[in-house]
Design a protein around this ligand. Structure first.
Ligand code: FPP
Length: 258
């Protein structure tokens, strides 16, 4: 027999299957959604498959969630695809992860162009292999005139790196007379971050049951609503995404006020 806790958990999980686009209030869709797509490795392990099979499956989910975001009028979707810490993984996994943007864009770029999606990448591009860089530059170039959903990949991204780079640039601009110390405030600092021309995320989703930020958009997520799910990223479906948005819409955001 299930105990009270397991029963409650089961009920909650079952309820995800009830969510569809129709449950969303289209007048208050989060403008910017950020996602930590976690659990690819565990998804593969559960099936006795190599970890890269999980990443491959996860790539297909990206397509579904981009489509769903576009349909309900999300303005920006930032996806954590590779962190500055992910270089510590086995060489073969890193190599595969660096091939994923090419694979994804090779298959879906025409669809993204047709759907008016604008592709962007934030992160330290200098360390990316030439083939990865070529694929993302082509995608950014082919979609630069699109004014629909902004699909922002965080690739070789780390929030601490981003903040330090911003500070260095502010110091340089102060030394060369472009800025004075009194100009430095929150708004100005945001302009020195890699997401400077995007609004801050309204909603952060993390899959796979982990409940941490893992060096992701530490500054920008200051007032975001967080939504966590046990679902592993390769199993994440539109109904889970809609559930996150419906639950976001039920929350009262006060931004420190009452
Ligand atoms: C974390 O899961 C996931 C990643 C480090 C890679 C994310 C990449 C994708 C979802 C593929 C889509 C990418 C593009 C560029 C289209 P994990 O490997 O840490 O999983 P685990 O915690 O279960 O081991």
């Amino acid at each position: 027999m299930l105990d009270k806790f397991s029963l409650k958990k089961k009920k909650k999980e079952a309820s995800a299957s009830n969510y569809s686009k129709e449950h969303i209030d289209l007048s208050s869709v989060p403008s910017h959604i950020a996602i930590i797509m976690d659990g690819n490795g565990r998804w593969a392990k559960k099936r006795g498959l190599p970890r890269i099979a999980g990443h491959h499956e996860g790539m297909k989910v990206v397509r579904k969630i981009v489509k769903a975001s576009n349909e309900i009028g999300v303005k920006a979707l930032t996806l954590y695809a590779f962190s500055t810490e992910n270089w510590k993984r086995p060489k073969s996994e890193v190599e595969y992860l660096m091939r994923l943007p090419e694979e994804f864009l090779g298959s879906f770029l025409p669809e993204l162009v047709a759907e008016n999606v604008q592709v962007r990448v934030m992160g330290n591009k200098e360390q990316l292999p030439a083939h990865t860089l070529r694929a993302i530059n082509k995608a950014m170039n082919d979609t630069k005139e699109n004014d629909g959903l902004i699909l922002n990949f965080a690739l070789n991204y780390g929030s601490r790196f981003e903040i330090i780079e911003g500070i260095k640039q502010i110091i340089k601009d102060t030394n060369n007379g472009k800025l004075s110390v009194d100009d430095i405030n929150e708004e100005l600092f945001s302009e020195y971050l890699m997401s400077s021309d995007l609004a801050e995320p309204d909603l952060l989703i993390r899959t796979s049951g982990e409940v941490r930020l893992s060096n992701f958009m530490l500054w920008q997520l200051a007032y975001a609503e967080f939504w966590f799910t046990e679902v592993l990223w390769p199993d994440f479906e539109e109904k889970n995404f809609y559930q996150a948005i419906v639950e976001y819409q039920r929350r009262g955001r006060r931004f420190g006020g009452v």
